[in-house]
Structures are given as structure tokens and as C-alpha cells.
Design a protein around this ligand. Structure first.
Ligand code: A2P
Length: 316
């Protein structure tokens, strides 16, 4: 199993199961099956609204003796309406209760975006809080106190630029253990990945298969499917492998953690098998050549009229 070293030498299982857009009724079986076949890293979030079922899958895996708790890595995330320092620990406690766990391994600030408390999905400017009103440094200060409560082993961030990683690190004196961001050959984010490595922050790749299962409302018109890319398919064929496996192997080869989502048992197994696929230097160079700085998860949903967030503020 591939592992990545966190800043203190702790090993993170690099390959894991994503659960965004996994229906609650399907995700329980998916997590249960994934643990049974050898997954050692489960990625969750409060906003996925399926933590209870993810937790049930974990509980059954533990009860069956498929894995010991200390050998399983569980991540979950703070939603945007709980950025106020007084809310941060409460939000973690809510997730722990839903997951049925005493602790998670990693708790992430899901987005560098804040909503008013109780606003799950903002619709108007009045639902949003600007970073000036609720600075990321304040949220991060509260996050940095969590490992001492034993409710999470590590804290980190998601969707943060290098500038934002540096801002919270310098302000609080604690660096995020992980930054979880969208990464795949169409969005290689080389500078970000190299910058995180320099800072001893592990990069985790979300939507590594191009997130083809997300709703049409979140898709661009005529969006190209990464899984159908001719270069990806050619490399897959040469290895007698599947396109998804090539994408996972590329993510691991560049030293990132990777969390493909699936609720299909066959694809869950197929994705795990990708951890054994070795790409050649030529394959990697060809995949590196596909970069077009194209986000599938654009962040435009935070940037409606009246919102204090623009794409520049978000990714800048
Ligand atoms: P499913 O859950 O039915 O398997 P990402 O991780 O980039 O968000 O991609 C997840 C999407 O890719 C989901 O729609 C998922 O569907 C699909 N998927 C997951 N694994 C594979 C695979 N091995 N081959 C093809 N599609 C896959």
C-alpha cells in the first residue's frame, strides 16, 4: 500500500475512497466493501449528507475484524457555515456523532468560503460572509486546537491556494497537514503541488477521474470527459488496464494522495487494483502533457451576484 509521510512522520495511506455524491443508501455498502477488499482511507464530509451511512460501513468493517481502527484513515470536513471559532469543535463533534467514531484522523476546512450559520447552500449575497468578516486565520486558530482534544489526529484544509496556506500557517504557527484540491491530468496544478511539497503539506487529489458523476447543473456545456481522453485510453490499453486506473496510477506516481469515488463494487475493486499499476516515464510525460488548467469543480457556485467571492478571491 502506498503511503505518504506527513510533517511529523505519520504515514497516510495515499489511496482512499471518495464519498462526494455517493447516495446514502449506496455509500454504506460501498464503504463496507471497500474496507473488506483492502481500502485503508475513507474520505467524508459533513456536507455530503451521508456521514451516518459512511460510519455504518466503517463500524461493520471494524466489527468484522477487516481492519483495526488504528489502521484505517478517516477524513471529514468542516462546512462553510461553521467557520466561527466557537463553532469549529462543535461541528467536528457533530460529524463524529454521525460517523459513530471517537476520533477522525484528519479534519479539513472544506472551502476558504464562509456562510452565515445554518446556511447549508447559499443563494444570495446575504447568505455569505466575506473573509474580512470571518478571517480564515481565526477559523484555522480554532482548527489548530483540535488535535489536543483527541477528536482528530490532524487538521488540514481543502481548496486552498498556496497564498492561503501560507496566510494561516504564518498567522497561527501551525501548518495544515494536508491540502485537498482538485487534481488530474487536465488540472495538474504543478506549482501548487510543488509548493505544498516544499512546505511538507501533503496534497490530496479530489475528482481524480474527472468527476463525471456530478449533476449537469455543475457541468460546463460540451465538457470533455477525462475518462474518454484518447491519451488516457491509449495508455490504459497498452497496460491492459482501465482509463480510471491510469489516472489513479498517475496521481500516486506524482506523490499525491488520491480518493476516487465509486459506489460500484467492481469499480471499487478496479480502482484499488490501480495501486499496483506502474506507468512508464513516457506514459507519465504524455499524461503531464494533457494539462489545460481546467477545473471540473470551478467554484462558480460561490461567485453569484452579491457574493463577496469572485473566482480571483477564491483561487487567487
Ligand atoms: P460510480 O460511483 O458509479 O462508480 P471522481 O472520483 O473523479 O469524482 O469520479 C467519480 C465518478 O467516476 C463517479 O461517477 C463514478 O461512478 C465514476 N467511476 C469511479 N470509478 C470508476 C472506474 N473505475 N471507471 C469508470 N468510472 C468510474
Amino acid at each position: 500500500m502506498h503511503t505518504l509521510e506527513l510533517h511529523d512522520g505519520t504515514l497516510l495511506p495515499a489511496f482512499g475512497l471518495g464519498t462526494w455524491l455517493s447516495e446514502p443508501e449506496a455509500v454504506y455498502g460501498a464503504v463496507r466493501h471497500a474496507i473488506e477488499v483492502g481500502y485503508r482511507h475513507i474520505d467524508a464530509a459533513w456536507i455530503y449528507l451521508n456521514e451516518e451511512e459512511v460510519g455504518r460501513g466503517i463500524a461493520e468493517g471494524l466489527a468484522a475484524g477487516d481492519v483495526a481502527r488504528e489502521d484505517l484513515w478517516v477524513t471529514t470536513k468542516l462546512w462553510n457555515d461553521m467557520h466561527a471559532p466557537a463553532d469549529v469543535e462543535k461541528a467536528l463533534e457533530t460529524s463524529l456523532k454521525l460517523l459513530g467514531l471517537d476520533y477522525v484522523d484528519l479534519y479539513l476546512v472544506h472551502w476558504p468560503v464562509a456562510h452565515r450559520r445554518g446556511v447549508t447552500r447559499p443563494k444570495t449575497g446575504a447568505d455569505m460572509l466575506a473573509l474580512g468578516d470571518i478571517p480564515l486565520e481565526k477559523t484555522w486558530e480554532a482548527m489548530a486546537k483540535l488535535p489536543a482534544t483527541d477528536k482528530t489526529r490532524f487538521v488540514g484544509v481543502s481548496n486552498f491556494s498556496l497564498g492561503k496556506v501560507d496566510l494561516v500557517t504564518k498567522s497561527v504557527g501551525v501548518a495544515p497537514a494536508v491540502n485537498q484540491v482538485e487534481l488530474h491530468p487536465y488540472l495538474a496544478q504543478r506549482e501548487l503541488v510543488a509548493g505544498l511539497r516544499e512546505r511538507n503539506v501533503v496534497a490530496t487529489a479530489y475528482s481524480p477521474l474527472g468527476s463525471s458523476g456530478r449533476p449537469d447543473t455543475l457541468k460546463r456545456e460540451n465538457e470533455e470527459r477525462l475518462l474518454d481522453d484518447a491519451v488516457v485510453c491509449r495508455i490504459a490499453e497498452a497496460h491492459d488496464a482501465q482509463p480510471a486506473q491510469v489516472l489513479i496510477a498517475w496521481a500516486l506516481a506524482r506523490g499525491t494522495s488520491v480518493i476516487p469515488k465509486s459506489t460500484n463494487f467492481g469499480r471499487i475493486e478496479q480502482n484499488l487494483a490501480a495501486t499496483k499499476l506502474s506507468l512508464t516515464a513516457e506514459d507519465i510525460a504524455a499524461l503531464d502533457g494533457l494539462d489545460r488548467a481546467e477545473r471540473y469543480v470551478s467554484g462558480r457556485f460561490w461567485c453569484f451576484e452579491g457574493s463577496p467571492y469572485s473566482l480571483d478571491v477564491l483561487w487567487g
